[in-house]
Design a protein. Structure first.
Length: 137
């Protein structure tokens, strides 16, 4: 039974598809969703170590979650690399399922899976759904 879904987000098209898929599943099974964005070194701003300046972007990237009851949605900004941030939240929330896009914002055109989805496939610790790119992308 899926009661807690963690979904990694970075604003990429694949990430947005992952959010939409996770939102639909959560609605169908009455699960909670925790959306996670890893705040990388290049996103830090002086005086904002928690990355709160990214909150508006995170809210936009995860707008599909707004269709769920607010008590079933959480958005987190976590410092570190994407796979590590997702694993941290998975452990913290006792997630039943992780959802990510096949490739993130830093993906290279020739790869089918990005480094984060590959690392999570190896290290996640719970079932993982990798949402494929749209056909032709």
């Amino acid at each position: 039974m899926v009661k807690m879904i963690v979904v990694g987000v970075d604003g990429s098209p694949d990430s947005r598809r992952a959010i939409e898929w996770a939102a639909r599943l959560a609605a169908d099974v009455d699960a909670r969703v925790v959306a996670v964005h890893a705040v990388g070194l290049l996103e830090h701003e002086p005086g904002d170590p928690a990355g709160t300046h990214l909150r508006p972007a995170l809210d936009e990237w995860t707008a599909a979650l707004d269709a769920l009851p607010s008590d079933r949605v959480e958005r987190r900004l976590v410092a570190g690399d994407p796979a590590g941030a997702v694993r941290e939240v998975v452990s913290d929330c006792s997630a039943d399922l992780v959802v990510v896009g096949s490739r993130g914002a830093g993906a290279h055109g020739a790869t089918r899976l990005g480094s984060t989805s590959l690392r999570l496939a190896e290290e996640c610790g719970c079932p993982l759904v990798i949402i494929p790119a749209e056909v032709g992308h």
